[in-house]
Every structure is written in structure tokens, then in C-alpha cells.
Design a protein around this ligand. Sequence first.
Ligand code: FES
Length: 126
Amino acid sequence: MALYSEKVMDHFLHPRNVGVIEDANAIGEVGNAKCGDIMKMYLKIEDDIVKDVKFETFGCGSAIASSSMATEMIKGKPLSEVANLTNKAVTEALDGLPAHKIHCSVLAEEAIHSALEDYRRRQEEA
Ligand code: FES
């Protein structure tokens, strides 16, 4: 069996939603101290819906594939649903990741949750 699923390879080679949203109103940045990879998520939230999402990942192929899949999974979704996104769901949507690469999908979950925290902080300050 191949180490990486076709979906992982597809999202790694053709990542969706790469880039920056200049007027994002929620930004999450996380890193993994062990591997040194960094992931940044930009969300444009309107009426409690994720209208747009983009990411930048300085990391491995699994991290790129996980972020790409995660952005597809939250685009157009209500915040209540986005808050429940888990790395397990991202991994399943990618048809699995090798065990030693699961932490890469955790980074995607954490980046999105960190962006949601940033959004709440901004709402409280406004
Ligand atoms: Fe660290 Fe993939 S090896 S995010």
C-alpha cells in the first residue's frame, strides 16, 4: 500500500485556498516545536459564516495537504460547525495519514481554533 493516499497527494500537489486574506477578521498561527513547521490561517467571517479562508504553511507535505483539506471543509460553514472540526475528521477526509504524520493534521485543527479565538477576542474588543 502506498504511504500516502491519492487525496493527500492531490492536496499536497494542488493545494486549495493558499494565500493571504488582506482584510481577514480572524487569523490563527500555530507551530509544532518538534518539527518546526508553522501554519497560518486567515478567515473572513460574516454573519457567523466562514465566507473565505486561506492558509500559508511552512511545513511538510502532510501539513500542506491537511491545511488544504481543512480549508475546504470549513469554507461556507457556520462557526458552530467550524468549532467542532477535528484533526480526525481532516485525516479521514484525506483517506488517512501515516501514524507519524498525524500531528500535521493536528496543526490544521489548532490553526483554525486559534483563528476562532482571535475572532472572539476581536469581537469582545469591538
Ligand atoms: Fe511537522 Fe508535518 S512534520 S507538521
